[in-house]
Design a binder for this molecule. Structure first.
Ligand SMILES: Nc1nc2c(c(=O)[nH]1)N[C@H]1C(S)=C(S)[C@@H](COP(=O)(O)OP(=O)(O)OC[C@H]3O[C@@H](n4cnc5c(=O)[nH]c(N)nc54)[C@H](O)[C@@H]3O)O[C@H]1N2
Ligand SMILES: Nc1nc2c(c(=O)[nH]1)N[C@H]1C(S)=C(S)[C@@H](COP(=O)(O)OP(=O)(O)OC[C@H]3O[C@@H](n4cnc5c(=O)[nH]c(N)nc54)[C@H](O)[C@@H]3O)O[C@H]1N2
Ligand code: SF4
Ligand SMILES: [Mo]
Length: 718
């Protein structure tokens, strides 16, 4: 007997399942994830999905040199074998007819194929030329935008090469992701990301999903909501839209976008006023409590209700539920980092948890989206290359590019991820030489001089990290087409030419991973051998060979990871927590409520990953409704637009065409559209100008912001 499943039937089955399930579990018992199914002559290759930080692990079933299907590893304690359609799409993407597989150089007569060796030689020449021109000033003239890398070894190889080239300006994707939350958590608590692991939700009494659409952005984690519910944990969701996640919660508060900070400050004010916060804990473990008292004092119940559009009785009930809970966990969605007031919001939410002693211990703490980046990378690169000063952020880089100061830019991402991307495109044209790494024909080619194709996850070995600070491993499953090379090879080959003596010697990611774990004391126990055997990966740090993984609250000694072990309510470098509406919102002083009375938000949908790769998958395009805007029927009718028709979504910075989807799932006055899609997709369902083309170049102190802006819907005719 052999359960031969063709790829097409598998994708079809997967497709059918998407409608019904939040995440895909192994579809047929015959394909049971790790069981040795007799009669199937497939080679099994250990892998992980490089997309979101659920970091699902899978077994690739390989035949005739290629993966035929992927099955999530059911031994993975975080996912239990779940995967989502995005990860599955790699089977199609690897073989996609749209994939670019040759290095190309832009010439006066258009793009011309060149060899990989020529591409490397040209890149090295450009770097050396810049060095000759700028000497010791070189650092100001080079930059790299980093993707959510396909594996950690690629990231390390790129960082080492850049340092040897003299480049310190590395733009992490985190800057336009959840940097507001992660930087604030790092400064205040010393955690950088989640303070505990997700399995702790079972030990909580109350779980608050704060703008976190878990079932669509971390689909296999839906089971943690189910597990928590089964244990009687109460779950409250704050979101102005009804989403898949709404199905798993006890109560939802439809808070107005960008106003969570006001709700949090109202709670802080209330418990300070009535003296119900944990006074002894605060006295012993925090500094500058008086600063918080002052910051929160304006936030009466009436003020909170006016800011958040929530009814006073709903606010009181929420505050009471928080006060009555002995163990509360809060899960902070990435969406909180996408507002110009994001830092005030995150500070206020952290203060809520600290005031009630809800950070340390089981069933308590803060979880974040896209967290998990383990420490050690900077130490490792410093160890090899010597210490270097810090580089600039993207806002500064953009200014430098505008002044024609950047000679060479490694564009390893979309530029469309940044707000005002059309303006940015013009800026990028001022860079002398742009090397783009990618997979498909995208808008980035318009600003690039050299294109060198990269590999997909199945085509190279490497490690990665996930939301639980777990490190996972994958082996190479199949050869890449054409001249596609993994980043660890591309950057190593450049680095070796620049610094033949000093560049670390490695022929495989496994050798680089071993060098890494041998160099960093906290990584000693995270060996490639051990990773290969673990379906869940290994939660770091593990300082001893064969040492245990430590799950749960990261503050094991009960102290914050700050210089004095205490939490400081005053952030001197930033000033008080002052909450104001998001910049450009209808209620903001810079808003224009007459012309742009609606609030614009955008976010992720289940079947697409970011702005580029998955838009090229036909298997996913079939689930896409294209560029639509979700809007309440009342709002649609006030704007004179009807369900199903195409209209303009207009901001003060531009407009895009979008199909109206009138639905009561969204609060009146708010407009939502998916953040995905690009203008070069071959499929109409994923083809639309980038959404950042209608968003302004607004920044808070940390991240580039996208949401909360005033907007309008305009009929196409009349
Ligand atoms: N399917 C899919 N999953 C992904 C990704 C993807 O591209 N596609 N990307 C991954 C990455 S890199 C990230 S950073 C995360 C992002 O994860 P999130 O940022 O959490 O995802 P979003 O869809 O932006 O927002 C989540 C929810 O917040 C709501 N929301 C918007 N504004 C507000 C607000 O002001 N307050 C509150 N309370 N809610 C608000 C939205 O309606 C939405 O339902 O997702 C990861 N997972
Ligand atoms: N308006 C708006 N903008 C957003 C968001 C939003 O919700 N709304 N989300 C933000 C968030 S959360 C994030 S994380 C960012 C993501 O933004 P990006 O990091 O730009 O993500 P993608 O759009 O997937 O970009 C993919 C491109 O990066 C390059 N790339 C991808 N993987 C690799 C790799 O392994 N190696 C190399 N060398 N290159 C690679 C390829 O060129 C690929 O085409 O976008 C942010 N921008
Ligand atoms: S995108 Fe995230 S949830 Fe989906 S398969 Fe990949 S890692 Fe898993
Ligand atoms: Mo992100």
């Amino acid at each position: 007997m052999s359960s031969k499943v063709s790829r097409r039937t598998f994708m079809k089955a997967g497709a059918a399942a998407v409608g019904a399930l939040t995440c895909l579990r192994p579809l047929s018992p015959a394909l049971g994830a790790n069981s040795a199914t007799p009669g199937i002559d497939y080679e099994r290759v250990h892998g992980y999905c490089p997309f979101c930080q659920t970091r699902c692990t899978f077994t690739a079933f390989k035949k005739n040199g290629k993966a035929e299907f992927l099955v999530g590893k059911d031994g993975n304690r975080w996912t239990a074998g779940g995967m989502c359609p995005k990860g599955m799409s790699f089977l199609e993407l690897a073989d996609s007819p749209h994939r670019l597989t040759r290095p190309m150089l832009k010439t006066a007569s258009g793009w011309q194929n060149i060899s990989y060796d020529e591409a490397i030689a040209l890149t090295v020449e450009k770097l050396q030329e810049a060095r000759r021109r700028h000497g010791n000033e070189i650092a100001r003239h080079l930059a790299l935008t980093a993707p959510l890398w396909d594996c950690r070894e690629s990231e390390l190889a790129a960082l080492i090469t850049m340092r040897f080239a003299g480049c310190i300006n590395i733009m992490p994707p985190g800057e336009v992701c959840i940097s507001t939350a992660s930087s604030t958590l790092n400064t205040l608590l010393g955690s950088g990301n989640s303070t505990t692991t997700v399995d702790e939700v079972e030990n909580a009494e109350l779980l608050v999903l704060w703008g976190a659409n878990i079932s669509e952005t971390y689909p296999p984690y839906t089971r943690w909501l189910e597990k928590a519910k089964a244990k009687g944990v109460r779950i409250i969701l704050l979101d102005c839209r009804r989403t898949r996640t709404s199905n798993f919660v006890d109560r939802q508060l439809r808070i107005a976008p960008g106003t969570d900070g006001a709700l949090a400050l109202g709670f802080v004010n209330q418990i300070i006023q009535d003296g119900s916060y944990d006074k002894a804990y605060v006295a012993e473990n925090t500094n500058n409590f008086n600063a918080l008292v002052k910051d929160a004092s304006p936030w009466t119940l009436a003020q909170v209700a006016a800011a958040t559009d929530l009814a006073e009785e709903d606010i009181i009930r929420f505050y009471r539920e928080l006060m009555n809970s002995r163990r509360t966990m809060m899960w902070l969605g990435g969406s909180l980092s996408r507002y110009s007031n994001g830092m005030a919001t995150v500070r206020a939410i952290i203060a809520m948890q600290v005031l009630c002693n809800q950070i340390m211990g089981s069933g308590k703490g803060l979880l974040t989206m896209e967290s998990g980046k383990p420490e050690g990378e900077k130490e490792f690169v410093d160890h090899i290359c010597g210490r270097a000063p810090a580089g600039v952020n993207f806002r500064r880089l953009r200014i430098a590019m505008d002044r024609n100061e950047i000679d060479v830019l490694f564009l390893n991402s979309s530029y469309r991820r940044y707000p005002d991307c059309d303006g940015l495109k013009e800026t990028l044209k001022k860079v002398n030489f742009v090397i783009h790494r990618g997979f498909f024909k995208t808008e980035e080619l318009e600003v690039a001089h050299l294109f060198v194709p990269a590999t997909f996850t199945l085509e190279s070995q490497g490690s990665h990290y996930g939301a639980e600070k777990q490190v996972v491993w994958r082996d190479k499953c199949q050869n890449a087409p054409g001249d596609c090379v993994p980043d660890w090879q591309f950057y190593r080959d450049i680095g070796r030419r620049l610094e033949p003596e000093k560049y670390p010697r490695f022929e495989t990611p496994s050798e680089l991973a071993t060098l890494f774990s041998n160099t960093l004391p906290d990584w000693k126990g995270i060996t490639v051998d051990r990773l290969r055997k673990s379906p869940s990966g290994l939660v770091g740090p593990i300082p001893a060979i064969n040492g245990p993984e430590l799950l749960g609250c990261i503050f094991r000694d009960g102290k914050f990871r700050t210089p004095d072990g205490k939490f400081d309510f005053l952030l001197k470098a930033v000033g008080p927590i002052i909450w104001t509406p998001p910049k450009g919102a209808p209620k903001d002083k810079d808003g224009d409520p007459k012309n742009f009375p609606l609030t614009f938000i955008q976010g992720k949908i289940l079947t697409q990953w970011q702005q580029t790769i998955t838009n090229f998958a036909a298997s996913l395009a079939q689930f896409s409704n294209g560029r639509y805007v979700q809007v309440h029927p009342e709002t649609a009718s006030q704007c004179g637009v009807k369900h199903g028709e195409t209209a303009y979504l207009v901001t003060a910075f531009g407009k895009v065409e979008a199909r109206i989807e009138a639905s009561e799932d969204i609060t009146p006055g708010v407009v939502f559209t998916p953040s995905h899609f690009l203008g070069t997709s071959p499929y109409p369902a994923t083809n639309s100008p980038p959404i950042n083309s209608i968003l302004p170049n607004y920044w808070d102190r940390i991240s580039a912001q996208f949401n909360g802006l005033g907007c309008m819907l305009q009929p196409m005719k009349g």
